[in-house]
Design a protein around this ligand. Structure first.
Ligand SMILES: Nc1ncnc2c1ncn2[C@@H]1O[C@H](COP(=O)(O)OP(=O)(O)OP(=O)(O)O)[C@@H](O)[C@H]1O
Length: 346
């Protein structure tokens, strides 16, 4: 384990507060890619900002704990770090790449100087020569000509700028990199090249990744395990490979039906009808019930718990599979043969 989040809760203050993250727990293992999927507005980015301690008002963390275990074995309570502690923690232990990150590069400063700023702040002992050498290495590592060190961001394409941002995130050899829609703004070919690059670097350098996107197909390809979010909660958490064929939660099943089969088999594409609930409200029962084809009476009155399922993870003994759906709960699911469908409300 490198990062453990327990019962994270985040609200956006307001007349009626938006409860954007509602008790999320996960454990990131060393060297793995953990994918976080879910429709727009389900709280993925808010969770990423909470984990990196970058939430700004009106967002407020109202509960939970975050523990980081360093490669030296020391446990750090991230919520107890002060500004100074956070500054040295970010970049060196954990770094972030956000969707618009490529636009965050300073337009009037050379690429080399922007890397230099990171090294000067975190490795003050580094000589100038060493900083330049390291920057050139990093640029080449992400497939950019080292001569670009003296260039400006506007001289680079969007894909190249995003590569620069990824190189910066890796500059101090962090143990965890959080990527929130890092390639969404780029065309498919460039996106693929960058993802292949990230995968290669991860194998070479051994960092763990939390990868956030609404693109479930992409996540199934690149993740070891996947957490599916709905209305601020993780509703299924499972090994990615198996999730594609054995999803336990009707919402995950719906997401899987919403994009073409990776093997190219033609099938009818059906999105999930309806839209996610307003996160300022808190109706009883399962947040997905109104959109669920398999909902039954209990779903509208009792919120399902995230339960461990009896699923095997071949070759991965430590694996766990959890889902929050009454259909998987022996205490609630209808008896075999009984009707399970009330019919979807429209
Ligand atoms: N600054 C804010 N003030 C109030 N509510 C906010 C704010 N930012 C986000 N929210 C709300 O918090 C909820 C979660 O948003 P969030 O951006 O985390 O979701 P997401 O899954 O990352 O979606 P997307 O992929 O569109 O970014 C949404 O209901 C959103 O409207």
């Amino acid at each position: 384990m490198v990062l453990r989040a327990r019962d994270i809760r985040v609200e956006y203050d307001g007349e009626r507060p938006t409860r954007a993250v509602r008790g999320v727990s996960f454990e990131l293992r060393r060297g793995e890619v953990l994918g976080i999927a879910g429709e727009s507005g389900c709280g993925k980015s808010t969770l990423a900002y909470a984990v990196t301690r970058m939430l700004k008002p009106p967002a407020r963390m109202t509960g939970g704990s975050l523990t980081f275990r360093t490669r030296e074995g020391e446990e750090i309570d991230l919520l107890s770090l002060d500004e100074e502690g956070l500054r040295s923690f970010r970049w060196t232990r954990l770094s972030m790449v956000f969707q618009s990150a490529m636009n965050a590069l300073n337009p009037v400063t050379t690429i080399g100087r922007q890397f230099g700023d990171i090294f000067r702040a975190h490795r003050p002992e580094m000589e100038k020569e060493e900083r330049v050498r390291r920057t050139r290495d990093l640029l080449e590592m992400v497939g950019i000509d080292a001569e670009r060190i003296n260039g400006y961001p506007h001289e680079l394409s969007g894909g190249m700028r995003q590569r620069v941002v990824i190189a910066m995130a890796l500059a101090l050899e962090p143990e965890v990199v959080i990527m929130d829609e890092p390639t969404t703004a780029l065309d498919v070919v460039v996106q693929r090249e960058i993802l292949d690059e990230v995968e290669r670097l991860r194998e070479e350098l051994g960092f763990s990744v939390i990868f956030i996107t609404h693109d479930l197909g992409l996540l199934l390809e690149i993740s070891d395990r996947l957490a599916v979010m709905y209305a601020g909660e993780i509703i299924e958490y499972a090994p990615a490979e198996e999730l594609a064929t054995q999803a336990a939660h009707p919402y995950t099943q719906g997401l899987l039906r919403s994009f073409p089969d990776l093997t190219g088999v033609r099938r009818e594409l059906r999105g999930i009808p309806g839209s996610p609930p307003d996160l300022r409200t808190e109706p009883p029962g399962c947040a997905f019930a109104d959109r669920c084809e398999q909902a039954f009476d209990v779903c509208r009155s009792i919120a399902p718990r995230l339960l461990e399922l009896d699923r095997r993870e071949p070759g991965r003994p430590a694996g766990r599979w959890t889902a929050a759906c009454h259909l998987n709960d022996p205490d609630h699911r209808p008896a075999a043969g009984a009707p399970t469908t009330e019919g979807r409300q429209s």
